[in-house]
Design a protein around this ligand. Structure first.
Ligand SMILES: CCCCCCCCCCCCC/C=C/[C@@H](O)[C@H](COP(=O)(O)O)NC(=O)CCCCC
Ligand SMILES: Nc1ncnc2c1ncn2[C@@H]1O[C@H](COP(=O)(O)OP(=O)(O)O)[C@@H](O)[C@H]1O
Ligand SMILES: [Ca+2]
Length: 587
């Protein structure tokens, strides 16, 4: 046996085969020794991907069982396999039971492996705050967490405080107000709406503690210190799919356990100097807004509500007038049409990290550089277009999801500090159908004469003056009046409870009733098409039509690593499901 610091080497047995096992600090490898040279295969596991080390012969599935033999130990680690339909890789729990010649040697192996784990994965969480939405998606959040995720957290020695929500916004309010001392991260078991609650809670809490005003659209917001883990149990699960590459609770749990860290851009949405909401995936007006408004009436259908509502809204054949202004991002850094993909270890995002945070010690200059984007001096840099649109969408990331495996903008980046603005001008119904259909394949949805895509830092949307009046009349007509005295933006969640109040002074914002009835009833049941649509902000309907939206680079961090390139990881010559070389190659 050889031993230096964290290095350890000895013979170990797996079953009746003898292996030469080596722990180098970064990797744990074992190679069968009594085999002919040509057949020798080394299994190599990065220490960062070891989930747990247990004395004895241990199994955790289907139930935990321990055979407490004193010369054995069991190592659990990440094992990859192809996901079939998705672009990312599925992660599974690999397990190997080793036997040593003595108990002393066994204790040395377990001690060294555990010490290596501590040294090489500094972001592994010890304590997590878990929120489960029992009503998300197919209402399986509780089962998913307790049967698939909790046993893995236990194996990894993570303690968790679990809250099953009883109302919308409970998770957000908890994060805004309660003591979060001792937690390393927050886990969301649910869909994009539940993620959004956690996003708002954490961003709000961080700004409160930093004394920053979220209502100021020019403020440089403070990045959140706590990581967010997403265990998918919703309807679209776009944030999970776009950051992990698969919708799979076990894969997500393993990323959380090893403390993976993926920064994420966040888009703020303001109206009349008041924060309305934050978004990470879809900020969409027109088609996507109408689909969401319609789908809320069919929540009982579960995830299928989006297919049904999508068809109905498509058939209603609507377009909307609007003025879109945008602040272009530096075209030398990247382009939404460069046909690249933001994958794990993305160079564009890493270079952005340097750019975004290189002056962070000089807080004053960073703040003023952001401010300048909105000052009158730089007004000339904004580009303005006006016309009728099928949809106007802004996304900070690809927004890929099972419905659209490459997403709304396949070359968008998770953490480059920019968003992609997609303008779909009014066109004939078949053209629009073709545009939508291309989202489901690898065909380029931007290669159409009525579609534009721009990489941007900020976007403003407003109504042409005559439409503004028409919209106001429409709102008055359908709601029986707005409380003009109040002058508040009231954001109402999908389940109907109040999300936030922000003073605006305009009194022209839609009420809850307008949001859920105006666009669809006017478009399908009445002869007159509505003058305005609504904004779909990560699955929430915004109460305002005119907005200013700005991208904040890397404002939050997820327990994820971006989509792994399956082709690069599986070059061992074995078929995916037979492959037991779990080693991350060629990053
Ligand atoms: C003819 C085939 C048409 C296929 C159109 C496919 C276009 C799909 C793009 C989907 C982008 C999704 C962006 C994510 C949005 C979610 O935040 C939001 C809320 O999700 P959840 O909390 O899970 O309910 N989902 C939606 O707004 C659904 C949009 C569906 C559009 C058809
Ligand atoms: N206990 C609860 N009861 C009702 N609504 C809830 C509850 N917990 C969370 N929500 C809300 O449910 C909405 C949808 O949740 P989500 O998990 O995203 O599911 P889905 O993907 O099916 O829409 C979110 O906006 C969230 O605020
Ligand atoms: Ca981005």
């Amino acid at each position: 046996m050889e031993e230096t610091d964290l290095r350890l080497e000895s013979s170990l047995w797996v079953g009746n085969k003898r292996y030469r096992a080596v722990l180098t600090g970064w990797h744990f490898n074992w190679t069968e020794v009594d085999k002919k040279n040509i057949d020798k295969k080394t299994i190599s596991v990065p220490v960062a991907e070891v989930i747990g080390v247990e004395e004895g012969r241990v199994e955790i599935l289907p139930q935990k069982s321990i055979e407490d033999t004193d010369k054995d130990f069991t190592v659990f680690y990440v094992k990859r396999s192809s996901s079939g339909s998705s672009y990312g890789l599925l992660w599974r729990l690999g397990r190997t039971q080793f036997s040593c010649l003595s108990r002393v040697l066994r204790d040395q192996w377990t001690k060294h492996l555990r010490a290596a784990l501590k040294t090489h994965s500094p972001l592994r969480p010890n304590r997590l705050l878990v929120f489960i939405n029992p009503f998300g998606g197919k209402e399986k959040g509780r089962k998913i967490y307790h049967s698939l995720v909790a046993p893995l957290f236990e194996l990894a020695g993570i303690s968790s405080h679990v809250i099953v929500t009883e109302r919308a916004n409970q998770a957000r309010d908890h994060l805004l107000k309660k003591d979060l001392t001792g937690f390393d991260g927050v886990v969301c078991v649910g869909g994009d709406g539940m993620f959004s609650e956690i996003l708002h809670g954490l961003i709000g809490r961080t700004q409160q503690e930093a004394g920053l005003c979220e209502n100021d659209p020019a403020a440089t917001l403070q990045p959140c210190p706590l990581h967010i883990g997403i265990v998918p149990a919703g309807s679209t699960d776009c944030v999970c799919y776009a950051t992990v590459g698969v919708i799979d609770p076990v894969t997500s749990a393993l990323h959380i356990i090893i403390g993976d860290s993926q920064p994420l851009d966040v888009c703020s949405v303001h109206h009349a100097s008041a924060l309305v909401r934050y978004s990470v995936s879809l900020l969409g007006y027109g088609f996507y807004g109408d689909v969401l408004a319609e789908s809320e009436k069919h929540r009982w259908m579960g995830p299928l509500r989006y297919d049904y509502s999508g068809t109905m809204v498509y058939l209603s054949n609507r377009s909307y007038a609007g003025i879109v202004q945008y602040l272009p991002a530096d075209p030398l850094l990247s382009s939404p049409r460069d046909r690249t993909r933001c994958l794990s270890g993305c160079g564009v995002c890493s270079r952005s990290t340097e750019r975004l945070f290189s002056h962070s010690s000089d807080a004053g200059s960073l703040y003023s550089s952001h401010l300048s984007q909105f000052s009158s001096d730089t007004e000339g840099e904004w580009v303005s277009v006006e016309g009728r649109f099928r949809c106007v969408s802004l996304t900070c990331m690809s927004s890929s999801c099972p419905k659209s495996p490459l997403g709304l903008s396949p070359s968008a980046h998770l953490a480059d500090g920019t968003g992609d603005l997609i303008l779909v001008w009014d066109t004939h119904p078949l053209g629009f159908l073709k545009f939508l259909y291309r989202h489901t394949s690898t065909q380029d949805q931007f290669d159409m004469p009525f579609v534009e895509v721009h990489r941007v830092k900020a976007v403003r949307f407003s109504l042409p003056p005559e439409k503004e009046e028409e919209a106001y009349e429409e709102i008055r007509g359908s709601s029986g009046g707005i409380d003009e005295e109040a002058g508040y933006i009231e954001t109402v969640s999908r389940s109907g409870s109040q999300v936030s109040l922000a003073e605006t002074g305009t009194g022209r914002e839609m009420t809850k009733e307008q949001k859920t009835t105006t666009p669809f009833l006017c478009g399908l049941c009445c002869s007159k098409a509505p003058a305005v649509s609504v904004w779909n902000c990560d699955g929430e309907i915004l109460p305002t039509t005119e907005i200013l939206s700005r991208i904040h680079g890397q404002l939050v961090r997820l327990y994820a690593r971006g989509i792994e390139d399956g082709a690069a990881m599986h070059n061992c010559g074995e078929e995916n499901d037979k492959c037991d070389s779990r080693y991350t190659l060629h990053k």
